[in-house]
Ligand binder design. Structure first.
Ligand code: GUN
Length: 293
C-alpha cells in the first residue's frame, strides 16, 4: 500500500504557481487576483475562506475578501456579484457556500460571470466540462485529477466506481473519468443512496472515488485487493481522546481498507489539500486568459 500524499502535491503546486507569478512580475504582467465573498458567520466557511486568502498570499497572488453579515439580502449580494463581474482588477471570484437560507444559491451562481467563475459551479462551465471544452473545473474534481495525473495512476479501460452524485464532486468527476484522453478513458459507474448491492459494484472497481459524506462508509470487504481508493469525505466524528472532542475522518474506513489498496488518499492530508490549489490554478488560468481568451 502506498499513500497518495495530497499535502506534498499541494506544496508542489503552490511552488509552481509561485514560480509562475515571479515570471509574470519579471515581465511586468498582471498578478492574478482572486476575490472571495463570505456571507454570515458559519465557522467552517470562515476557516475555508481564510485558507483560500492565505494560500493566495503564499503564492504571491492578490486577494480581496468581501465579508457581510447574515442579514445581507439577496439583492445586496447580487450587487456585490455584479461589481465583481465588472471589476477588471478581479480575475476570478467565489461566493462561499452555503449561503443563508433566504438567499437563492442557484440564482447567485447563475449571476456570476462564467469567465470569472473559478469555482466552476456555473452551468455554462459544467456544460463545457461535459463536452470537453475549455472550462474552469470545480476544485475537488480538479484536485482528484491532479492526484491521478501526478502519481501517474493508469485510467484507460479501468473500472471506476464513484460513490455519490453531487453537482460539485460525484457528478463532475464521473464525467471527467469517462472523457477521452488521460486521466479519463475509464468505464465509470456512479453509485448513490438508491444503488442496490453497492459492494457488487465496488468489488469490481480498479479505482473507487468515495464522495458521499458518511464517515468510514467504505469498508474493507467492499474493496478489491490492489484497488486505488480516493477519499473525498471530510467528516467530524466524536472523539473524547482529542482536545477538540472530535477528529476528522473520511468516507473510507482507512485503517482496514488501506492495507488492501495499491494506493489510497489519507484524511486529512489527501484530496482536501488539493482543492485550494485547484482554485488557485483556475485563477491563474483566468489571469492568463487561457479558458475564455
Ligand atoms: N463550500 C464548500 N466547498 C466550497 C467550494 O469549493 N466553493 C464554494 N464557493 N463554497 C464551498
Amino acid at each position: 500500500m502506498a499513500i497518495l500524499d495530497g499535502k506534498q502535491l499541494a506544496q508542489q503546486i503552490r511552488a509552481e504557481l509561485q514560480a509562475e507569478v515571479s515570471t509574470i512580475v519579471e515581465k511586468g504582467g498582471k498578478i492574478p487576483h482572486l476575490a472571495a465573498v463570505l456571507i454570515g458567520d458559519n465557522p467552517a466557511s470562515q476557516a475555508y475562506v481564510r485558507n483560500k486568502v492565505r494560500s493566495c498570499e503564499q503564492v504571491g497572488f492578490r486577494s480581496t475578501l468581501i465579508q457581510r453579515d447574515a442579514n445581507t439580502t439577496h439583492d445586496e449580494l447580487l450587487q456585490i456579484v455584479d461589481e465583481l463581474n465588472q471589476n477588471p482588477e478581479i480575475d476570478g471570484f467565489i461566493v462561499q457556500l452555503p449561503l443563508p437560507k433566504h438567499i437563492d444559491e442557484y440564482a447567485i451562481t447563475l449571476a456570476i460571470d462564467p469567465r470569472k467563475d473559478v469555482d466552476g459551479f456555473h452551468p455554462l462551465n459544467f456544460g463545457r466540462m461535459a463536452q470537453g471544452l475549455p472550462c474552469y473545473l470545480p476544485a475537488t474534481p480538479f484536485g482528484i485529477l491532479e492526484i491521478i495525473r501526478r502519481y501517474e495512476i493508469p485510467t484507460a479501460g479501468k473500472e471506476v466506481v464513484v460513490i455519490g452524485r453531487s453537482n460539485i464532486v460525484g457528478s463532475p468527476i464521473s464525467i471527467l473519468m469517462a472523457r477521452k484522453g488521460y486521466p479519463g478513458d475509464a468505464t465509470v459507474t456512479i453509485c448513490h443512496s438508491r444503488t442496490q448491492n453497492l459492494a457488487e459494484h465496488t468489488l469490481k472497481a480498479d479505482i473507487i472515488i468515495a464522495a458521499i459524506g458518511q464517515a468510514e462508509f467504505l469498508k474493507a470487504d467492499m474493496v478489491k485487493p490492489g484497488a486505488v481508493v480516493i477519499d473525498v469525505g471530510i467528516n467530524r466524528v466524536d472523539d473524547h481522546n482529542t482536545a477538540s472532542g472530535y477528529r476528522l475522518t473520511g468516507d473510507v474506513d482507512y485503517e482496514n481498507v488501506a492495507p488492501k489498496c495499491a494506493w489510497i488518499t489519507p484524511v486529512p492530508g489527501g484530496v482536501g489539500q488539493l482543492t485550494v490549489a485547484a482554485l488557485l490554478m483556475n485563477t491563474l488560468k483566468s489571469a492568463k486568459g487561457e479558458i475564455y481568451g
